[in-house]
Design a protein around this ligand. Sequence first.
Ligand SMILES: C[S@@+](CC[C@H](N)C(=O)[O-])C[C@H]1O[C@@H](n2cnc3c(N)ncnc32)[C@H](O)[C@@H]1O
Ligand SMILES: Nc1nc2[nH]cc(C(=O)O)c2c(=O)[nH]1
Ligand code: SF4
Ligand SMILES: [Mg+2]
Length: 223
Amino acid sequence: MYRVKEAFYTLQGEGAQAGRAAVFCRFSKCNLWNGREADRAWAVCNFCDTDFVGTDGQNGGKFVDADALANHIAGLWPHDPAASGTLKPYVVCTGGEPLLQLDEPLIEAFHARGFEVGVETNGTLPAPVGLDWLCVSPKADAKVVIERCNELKLVYPQPLAMPERFAHIRADHYFLSPMASPSVPDDGADALKKSNTRRATDYCLAHPQWRLTLQMHKIVGID
Ligand SMILES: C[S@@+](CC[C@H](N)C(=O)[O-])C[C@H]1O[C@@H](n2cnc3c(N)ncnc32)[C@H](O)[C@@H]1O
Ligand SMILES: Nc1nc2[nH]cc(C(=O)O)c2c(=O)[nH]1
Ligand code: SF4
Ligand SMILES: [Mg+2]
């Protein structure tokens, strides 16, 4: 059984795939926070901007097996899968923590429907084989067990997770993403994000291995 909070068609807003159309599959539950506001202050990860509790969101639900969930996601891709040219339909598995649920049968079921499969993970759980794009975003002092990924996308600044700690992780791309306030809409009112964007910019200027990425979907206002 797979539990999904919500699923929707949008543009990937972050990292090296930013701007690419994708179906987002947001799995329920996380291993670094239970999702309750009352428990946020004590959580390992305490700045999360996402509601991943339950299965009651847009296109959310419980899916008995990989075929059922893959059919559901494929139905949210609003084009003929064969008519997208060389760029394949794309599903981004996120959450919550997707690696609590995403397994090889589900990756195979996505592939069978013509999808490339991307993942947004906190890096604390091993990744199944077969992924097309792996984004690791470390959190506080949580141990990262993934040593090779397509992109390392670090929310900045985190006192317990500064960039120097992750130099040993091999990645094709290294990004800093300014920490936003968990629940402030991006209409210019997010003072925390504004100051963090300046700090992340300064870090990238001083350490050019790192690139700046912004949460484009919030700027555009698409989800
Ligand atoms: C909600 S998480 C879900 C996936 C996975 N649990 C993780 O943490 O990577 C999706 C992405 O949003 C980022 N994110 C969460 N809260 C954020 C915030 N307040 N500001 C900026 N990025 C944030 C995460 O670092 C991650 O890259
Ligand atoms: N548009 C859009 N892009 C995203 N990239 C990563 C996201 C996430 O929450 O995992 C996200 C998201 O929530 N929306
Ligand atoms: S950002 Fe990721 S790791 Fe942190 S609480 Fe949210 S879903 Fe969990
Ligand atoms: Mg998000």
